[in-house]
Design a protein around this ligand. Sequence first.
Ligand code: SF4
Length: 350
Amino acid sequence: MTLIEKLENNVRLTQEDGVALYDLDVLVLAKYANKIRETKHGKKTYYNVNRHINPTNICKDVCHFCAYSASRKNPKPYTLKHEEIMDTVKNSVKNGIKEVHIVSAHNPETGLEWYLEIFAKIKKEYPNLHVKALTAAEIHFLSEQYDKSHEDIINLMIQNGVDSMPGGGAEIFDEDIRKRICGGKVTSEQWLDIHKIWHEKGKESNATMLFGHIETRESRIDHMIRLRTLQDKTNGFNAFIPLVYQKENNFLKVTDFPTANEILKTFAISRIMLDNIPHLKAYWVTSTIKLALIAQEFGANDLDGTIEKESINSAAGAQSANGMAQDSFTSLIKNSGFIPVERDSLYNEL
Ligand code: SF4
């Protein structure tokens, strides 16, 4: 069977097929990715009214692509007090957020309670607010720092009110590349195992892939297939989020940045390869809003949310520091020919 015949007949693609997809014209890929999007979601594009909070930038790890952690490239360390975080949440709830998304650096000095108790405080004050928090990388850091198993940390998260896990820290699973960009933090196997444990508790999460740095097309497909294999077992991933590498203020020496064509191909190929993950998110923070809107034609059916404020990618050059107003956000989706649908964090329509 040729690759096109496989695409026509919705045959699950292999690693070799996935790499070969990159040789197809971008508009051919758009056609097949869009067919899958239309079957699953029609013209709907989901978004969430949310607030990102990044409580500390002090980190024991040194990921070469990172511009967020306090280092000689970003010499402004901070750690928020719980009261400061609660003030932020209070103001954001007034603005109508439905989700708070909390991810941090790996700060070895705060104590485990600082990481966990804030979730319980938020849940107590705002029981209907969805708490999405702690990437698998943070869970691994906390388990090592405080001599607990991954499952112990996950149980503590659940006890303290965390509703779902974000997809960060996956970067790229290929072990050689991973070693070069973020050696020392959670391994690929550990990342996948942490999500597996989380899913086995009946909880949902997302998965990311950082691309556009020193990875290869082969390693992107390998990344997708490792996620697809876990999803076959657990069915706990809601969304796949390809993150475009941001180039400012970090230690990774990248000279070739992906073209818009390569980024859109990667979105379309993600939609085609990940036949068992329901949603494909174009995270406008890293792709730019313009490309995220175009990505709707390449399989993406979710544009994340209004965000309100964001520190991690904006430190590396992304235009996301102040989020986006809900009206502008929905107008942009409508004007691009799609139907904006506000969702909750687990993709229930609001
Ligand atoms: S990406 Fe996260 S773990 Fe890595 S250096 Fe930055 S803050 Fe630390």
